[in-house]
Design a protein around this ligand. Structure first.
Ligand code: PLP
Length: 594
C-alpha cells in the first residue's frame, strides 16, 4: 500500500491480466445499448451514479421473485434465506474493504447517512464549545453540512484545509491546522468534483499521532481504488452502493469497534434492540445497534453482487483502464482552445472537470448540448459549492469514467466539445457585429406585448413548437429566441434582482410600465444560453401584459404544451419555476396595489 492508500498492483497479477476487454464489460451493462436523442448513449456521469451490470439487476430481481421476506425475524424458510443473503452481503463487504470483523460493517442508506450517523452518535457526544472538526476545501456537502450541524449545536467550528490551484491538499497545511482543539478529521479519499486522490494514509498518521480520529469519505474511492481499512487505519470509512455498480439506497459505514461500542444508537426501532421495556431498553450488539427497522435487503444483496462483479472483472485492471481514460481525456480536452481544466492533481481517479472560458459558455449550456448528442455529463457545482468558490467558477462540466467507458467515447466527447466551442465562437463573433448592444443615448427598451393576452401569445408559441419534430429542434429554437433578448443594463444586475434557485446566474428587472394602469414589463438576463431562451419565452407571454392576466395565466399548462416538462431536467425546471415565481409575485403585488 502506498501513501495514497492504494495497493500497488503486484507485478505478477498485472502480467496475468495485460488486457482489459472493455467490449465484453460493456455487454454486461444492458442500459448502455440504448440511444438518447437518436444517438448512442455515452454515459459519463459515473461519479453521480454508475450503471448496473445484469448480475446486479438479476440478484435484486431474484431476491424479489424467489425469496423476498424480512430478515432476522422469521423462522420460516424464506426469511432464513433472506437473512442468509443479507448477512452474506455483510461478509462480502467486510472482505472487500478489509475490515477486521463483521461488527465493524454497518449498512446505511448511503455515504450521506453514514456520515450523519457518525456526526450524530460520535461527534455530538464529544464536541464542546471551542472544539474543531477539520475538513478540506474539496469536500462534498455531505461531508460538510453534518459537521456544521453538530458544530452549531455544540459551539464548535469547522476548520478547513486549503487546496492548491491544482486541487491538492498539502500535508504541511494539515499539520498546521491540527491542534489540541481538533476532535475529528473528516476528509474525502477522492474528490468527486476534481478527481484528486488525497494522501489519506498520511493524514490519518498525522492525526493519530495527536490522538485525533479520522473519518474517510470513500464514496468516490471504492469504485476505483483498492481500499483496505486496516491498512489505512482510519477510524471510520463510508461509501455508497450506487457509485460502485450497486443499487441506490444502500451504503456502508465501517467503524472501529472501540468507537462504535461507545456510540449511542443513531435511530431507535426494531432490530436495533435486545430487549424493550417501558422502564428501560437495552440495545442489540454491533452492527445491529445501528440498523434500526427493516433494512434495504435487496440493496445489500445487489451491492454484494456488484462487488463480486468488480472483483471478477479485476479492480486493478479496471483502475488501470480508468487511469488511461483520464489521461486521454485530459490530453484531448486540454488541446481544445478556450477549455480550462479544473483539478490537475498529480494523482487523480476517473474524473475530468472543465470550464469553457473563451468564448464564455456556461456549464449548463455545455451539458445540454452534450446531452443532445447523447452524452451524459454532469454540470454545476457537484455539491461542492465551497470548492467552486475556491476556483472562482459557478460550476464545471464533469466527465467521470467507469470500467465500461472507451477511448472512442473520450474522442467523441472531445470532438463534440470542440464543435460546441467552435460553434459558439463563430456565433459570438457574429453577435459582436449586431446592433443589439446597449446604446447609452437610446432609452432602455422593454419588450411589449407579443399578442393581445398571455394566453394568445402562448397559443402562438405552442403552434410554432408543434411543427417541430423533436426536442433538438425545439432546443435550437429556444436558443435562437434567447439570442434576440433585449439587453439588461448593468445597473439592474444587483443582488435584489438576482433569481436564486437557477443553476446559472439570472437577473430579473421588473416594473409597472410608466403611465400605464397595470401593465407589467421586464428585462432579464442569464449567463446560460438555454436560460436566456427560456427568459425570452417568458417575456413573450408576460411582458407588456396586464398584471391581472399575467397573474391568472396557466403557465404550467403552457410549459406542458411546449414539451418542456419532459425535456428539461428537474434542476432546469426548478430554475424556470423560480423565474415564474418572481413574475407572478410581482404581478400579484401590482394587482393588489391597483
Ligand atoms: N461524498 C462524495 C465524495 C460524493 O461524491 C457523494 C455523492 O456524490 C457523497 C459523499 C454522497 O453520496 P450519497 O448521495 O450516495 O449518500
Amino acid at each position: 500500500m502506498n501513501a495514497l492508500g492504494l495497493q500497488e498492483i503486484p507485478k505478477q497479477a498485472a502480467a496475468i491480466r495485460p488486457s482489459f476487454d472493455v467490449q465484453r464489460v460493456r455487454d454486461d451493462f444492458p442500459i448502455l445499448r440504448q440511444q438518447v436523442h437518436g444517438k448512442p448513449l455515452l454515459y459519463l456521469d459515473n461519479a453521480a451514479t454508475s450503471q448496473k451490470p445484469h448480475t446486479v439487476i438479476d440478484a435484486v430481481s431474484n431476491y424479489y421473485e424467489t425469496y423476498n421476506a424480512n430478515v432476522h425475524r422469521g423462522v420460516h424458510r424464506l426469511s432464513e434465506m433472506a437473512t442468509e443473503a443479507y448477512e452474506a452481503a455483510r461478509v462480502r463487504i467486510q472482505k472487500f474493504i478489509g475490515a477486521h470483523c463483521l461488527r465493524e460493517v454497518i449498512f446505511t442508506r448511503g455515504a450521506t447517512e453514514a456520515i450523519n450517523l457518525v456526526a450524530h452518535s460520535y461527534a455530538r457526544n464529544r464536541l464542546q464549545a471551542g472544539d474543531e472538526v477539520l475538513v478540506t476545501w474539496m469536500e462534498h456537502h455531505s461531508n460538510i453540512v453534518p459537521w456544521q450541524l453538530v458544530c452549531q449545536e455544540k459551539g464548535a467550528r469547522l476548520q478547513v484545509v486549503p487546496i492548491t490551484d491544482e486541487g491538492e491538499i498539502r500535508l504541511e497545511d494539515v499539520e498546521r491546522q491540527l491542534s489540541p482543539r481538533t476532535k475529528l478529521v473528516a476528509l474525502t479519499h477522492v474528490s468527486n468534483a476534481l478527481g484528486t486522490i488525497n494522501p489519506v494514509k498520511d493524514v490519518i498518521g498525522m492525526a493519530h499521532a495527536r490522538g485525533i480520529p479520522v473519518l474517510v469519505d470513500g464514496a468516490q474511492a471504492v469504485p476505483h481504488l483498492r481500499v483496505d481499512v486496516q491498512e489505512l487505519d482510519c477510524d471510520f470509512y463510508v461509501f455508497s452502493g450506487h457509485k460502485v455498480y450497486g443499487p441506490t439506497g444502500i451504503g456502508v459505514l465501517y467503524g472501529k469497534p472501540k468507537h462504535l461500542e461507545l456510540m449511542p444508537p443513531y435511530q431507535g426501532g426494531g432490530d436495533m434492540i435486545s430487549s424493550v421495556r417501558f422502564e428501560k431498553t437495552t440495545y442489540n450488539e454491533l452492527p445491529y445497534k445501528f440498523e434500526a427497522g427493516t433494512p434495504h435487503i435487496a440493496g445489500a444483496i445487489g451491492l454484494a453482487a456488484a462487488l463480486d462483479y468488480l472483483d471478477k472483472t479485476g479492480l486493478d485492471a479496471v483502475a488501470e483502464h480508468e487511469r488511461r481514460m483520464v489521461r486521454y481525456a485530459t490530453q484531448l480536452l486540454s488541446e481544445i482552445r478556450g477549455v480550462r481544466l479544473i483539478g490537475t492533481a498529480a494523482h487523480k481517479a476517473a474524473v475530468v472537470s472543465f470550464v469553457v472560458d473563451d468564448p464564455p459558455l456556461s456549464s449548463l449550456d455545455v451539458g445540454m448540448r452534450l446531452d443532445l448528442e447523447g452524452i451524459a455529463a454532469r454540470t454545476g457545482h457537484h455539491c461542492c459549492m465551497p470548492l467552486m468558490e475556491r476556483f472562482g467558477v459557478p460550476g464545471t462540466t464533469r466527465a467521470s469514467f467507469a470500467m465500461y467507458n472507451t477511448e472512442e467515447e473520450v474522442e467523441t466527447l472531445a470532438r463534440t466539445l470542440g464543435n460546441i466551442v467552435a460553434e459558439r465562437r463563430a456565433r459570438t463573433q457574429v453577435a459582436i457585429s449586431t446592433p443589439l448592444a446597449l446604446d447609452a443615448k437610446k432609452p432602455i427598451a422593454y419588450p411589449g406585448p407579443a399578442a393581445s393576452s398571455p394566453q394568445e401569445a402562448a397559443d402562438e408559441l405552442v403552434e410554432l413548437f408543434d411543427y417541430m419534430e423533436d426536442w433538438n429542434d425545439k432546443y435550437r429554437q429556444i436558443i435562437e429566441f434567447g439570442e434576440k433578448l433585449l439587453p439588461l443594463p448593468d445597473e439592474y444586475r444587483t443582488e435584489p434582482n438576482r433569481v436564486h434557485g437557477c443553476q446559472s446566474t439570472v437577473y430579473f428587472h421588473m416594473r409597472k410600465k410608466p403611465g400605464s394602469r397595470n401593465t407589467l414589463e421586464f428585462l432579464a438576463d442569464s449567463d446560460a444560453d438555454i436560460v436566456r431562451g427560456l427568459i425570452a419565452l417568458l417575456q413573450n407571454v408576460y411582458s407588456g401584459q396586464p398584471a391581472d392576466q399575467a397573474a391568472a395565466f396557466d403557465v404550467d399548462g403552457f410549459f406542458r404544451r411546449l414539451g418542456l416538462d419532459q425535456n428539461l431536467s428537474m434542476g432546469r425546471r426548478n430554475g424556470l419555476g423560480a423565474m415564474v415565481k418572481r413574475i407572478r409575485s410581482f404581478a400579484a403585488d401590482m394587482v393588489k396595489q391597483s
